[in-house]
Write a protein that binds this ligand. Structure first.
Ligand code: BES
Ligand code: ZN
Ligand code: ZN
Length: 504
């Protein structure tokens, strides 16, 4: 999608559709809405009076060939209550506009920001929303209608004096939106098109293009490093595992400065192994690599936005299959960190591969860790498909991440990690076991297992099992992989490095 800033007067904006938004019960008499009402010969006022234009969130009012405008259509979206309106809502409106219009064969749009939405942050949110909405999960359809997408989008409403703000937001929004779509593309790939080897190839190709350094460990190197937990998951599969390491180093890296580590679970298909899953819904387990994909997407954006801190992504990747050589319930494995693990259930494989990922990230010198994983069905019971479960060992680091999630418009909710839960992962014959004994708390005992490998390093675990995949298309985005956590992680990395960064 071609993106520009258009500072022309409203009546002069050329586009297939001009888009703006009206708040709940707002009368179109002043400011931009007043001017649009005039340009349309009072049409907006009449629609408001008749009760058709109410400003209810996501309401769509579409006018064709408005006489006083150069644009061929005018779309007014409902923005809901003004008091509840922020950048998250703005992102969603821009996205909804793209989806509503692209299905009508509209090719060019101009999104007219309202009077209070003329900051770089607002421009960024609008652009992110538009890019995310222009994405569809149709890669393998052979009967695709050509060009069912918006080709050019303009940010309108900015004065010439605010152009620099708009440009900055546009540049950041484009990088982040495209990087989130990159993660979504990976998440949507079926497992026969995205094995651990192919995931590593895709990550390495992106890293080279983005200017990140990248290393991929094969099964021999993984064995040499004694990553026994990762190997135990891979041993049931004909496909070998991979460990992907991507590094962003800032131009002015100070010795002793904090290093952010991003560890992502990338199980390219999770059958459950010998503790096999039921057939129903098993096809969705191709998205069990979305934690890894989120880290790869975040690194793509980080490479372009250039925060001041060093960032290392560590992505353990494997299939989880019930082969003749597969590990069996009751087996004991040794992780890279030296801890012994009793594998009670082979379907709790994510925490096994992450144990070695976390240990390796620490060995590389990461001073702060964030992991993302489609780790448990239990987090879906706790938070449904709405919030990411956030488990943190360090309050101030966790608060930083939750603040970034707010800015990024990604819903995340803090979860407990009391030492009491530690009892539940004690094993009779090894140091720990890979499932919790006792009733409930499955998302917490999984996090507790990971915590064992983090030591004193401040660490946050994001359980994205409920939020990494969307079964249905929404008015603002397509079904399939969501790319959740990319925007939050990028915001965190930018601020972690003492903000700044250079978007362009
Ligand atoms: N990949 C699954 C978790 C999952 C479930 C992701 C639903 C997305 C949607 C994970 O490897 C798993 O199978 N976890 C088990 C753990 C259990 C055996 C302790 C679970 O949650 O059932
Ligand atoms: Zn599993
Ligand atoms: Zn899994």
């Amino acid at each position: 999608m071609e993106l520009t800033v258009d500072t022309r007067a409203i009546a002069k904006i050329e586009a297939d559709a001009l888009v703006t938004y009206a708040f709940d019960q707002e009368k179109p008499t002043e400011g931009i809405l007043g001017r649009l009402d005039e340009a349309t010969g009072g049409a907006l006022g009449k629609l408001a009076a008749s009760g058709e234009l109410t400003g209810k969130m996501l309401e769509t009012t579409l006018l064709y060939y408005p006489a006083g405008l150069t644009a061929q259509r005018l779309l007014v979206l409902g923005a809901g209550k003004k008091s509840k309106f922020g950048t998250a809502e703005l992102r969603r409106l821009a996205a909804a506009a793209v989806r509503a219009l692209k299905s009508r064969q509209v090719k060019s749009i101009a999104f007219l920001a309202r009077e209070n939405d003329r900051s770089a942050e607002a421009a960024q949110a609008i652009v992110e929303g538009m890019i995310l909405a222009n994405f569809d999960s149709d890669k393998y359809k052979t009967d695709k209608k050509p060009g069912n997408e918006i080709i050019s989008a303009a940010l309108a409403g900015w004065e010439e004096s605010a152009r620099a703000e708009a440009d900055l937001g546009l540049a950041r929004g484009r990088i982040i939106g495209e990087s989130q779509n990159f993660a979504r593309e990976l998440g949507n790939e079926p497992s026969n098109k995205l094995t651990p080897r192919l995931l590593a190839d895709r990550a390495a190709a992106m890293a080279r293009e983005a200017g990140l350094s990248v290393e991929v460990f094969d099964e021999n190197k993984i064995a040499e490093l004694k990553m026994g937990a990762l190997l135990s998951v891979a041993q049931g599969s004909a496909e070998p595992p991979r460990m992907i390491i991507m590094t962003y180093t800032p131009a002015t890296a100070k010795p002793g400065a904090p290093v952010l580590g991003l560890v992502g679970k990338a199980i390219t298909f999770d059958t459950g192994g010998i503790s096999i899953k039921p057939a129903n819904d098993m096809e969705k387990m191709k998205y069990d690599m979305c934690g890894g994909a989120a880290m790869i997407g975040a690194m793509r954006a980080i490479a372009a936005l250039k925060p001041q801190c060093k960032v290392i992504a560590v992505i353990p990747s494997s299939e989880n299959m019930p082969g003749g050589r597969a590990q069996k319930p009751g087996d004991v494995q040794f992780s890279m960190a030296g801890k012994s693990i009793e594998v009670i259930n082979t379907d709790a494989e994510g925490r096994l591969v992450l144990a070695d990922g976390i240990a390796y990230a620490k060995q590389l010198g990461c001073t702060h860790l964030v992991d993302a994983a489609t780790l448990t069905g239990a987090v879906v019971i706790a938070l449904s498909n709405v919030n990411v479960g956030v488990f943190g060992s360090d309050q101030s680091f966790t608060d930083q991440l939750l603040a970034s999630a707010k800015v990024a418009g990604e819903k995340m909710w803090p979860m407990p990690l009391d030492d009491d839960y530690r009892e539940m992962i004690k094993s009779g014959i090894a140091d720990i076991q890979n499932v919790g004994s006792g009733k409930g708390g499955g998302a917490i005992t999984a996090a507790m297992f990971l915590k064992e490998f983090t030591g004193d390093t401040p660490w946050i675990h994001l359980d994205i099992a409920g939020t990494a995949w969307q079964d249905d298309t929404k008015p603002w985005n397509a079904k399939g992989a969501t790319g959740v956590a990319v925007r939050t992680l990028v915001d965190l990395a930018m601020k972690f490095g003492g903000d700044g960064g250079s978007a362009t």
